[in-house]
Write a protein of this length. Structure first.
Length: 151
């Protein structure tokens, strides 16, 4: 409780600077990466306040990266110009925060392609591959697969 109080009172921004909060966050993220076997070299991450915020951040990062790969800057250009529509893939088991994040990011709910699951609630990878191929064939831009764990 004391640490939470101090964090709220000090309001440390972990986005930059040179203070203890940044190093604590980086260490915690590195430990989590090591715990799940994610490569730490060249990797980065951040801690978010919850799943909805984490989803919003992840989709914004994926959208930004896809735009840069396609030769434009979503920060500068926005989504106002005619471009290939982004498509996000999620299973029927995906959390409702995926839809909310798509709405907030200006992608719209039509950008979400629902992918079937198997009897164990796992995303059907064959159906995912087919959906991506079909979307690419009609000029859409796949940019993210939002997977669920723990259903």
């Amino acid at each position: 409780m004391l640490a939470d109080f101090l964090a709220a009172a000090l309001n440390p921004s972990c986005a930059g600077g040179d203070h203890a909060a940044i190093y604590v966050e980086r260490a915690a993220v590195r430990w989590l990466m090591e715990l799940i076997g994610f490569p730490t070299e060249g990797s980065m991450g951040l801690l978010a306040s919850g799943g909805s915020t984490a989803t919003l951040i992840a989709l914004a990062a994926a959208r930004h990266r896809a735009a840069i790969e396609d030769g434009w800057n979503v920060r500068r250009d926005g989504l106002q110009r005619a471009r290939s529509p982004f498509v996000l893939y999620a299973s029927q088991e995906g959390h409702s925060c995926i839809q909310k994040a798509a709405e907030l990011l200006g992608l719209g709910t039509d950008a979400i392609q629902s992918i079937a699951t198997d009897e164990n609630y796992r995303m059907d990878v064959g159906a995912l591959r087919a959906a991506i191929a079909a979307d690419r064939a009609v000029g859409k831009r796949p940019f993210c697969v939002a997977a669920s764990a723990g259903t």
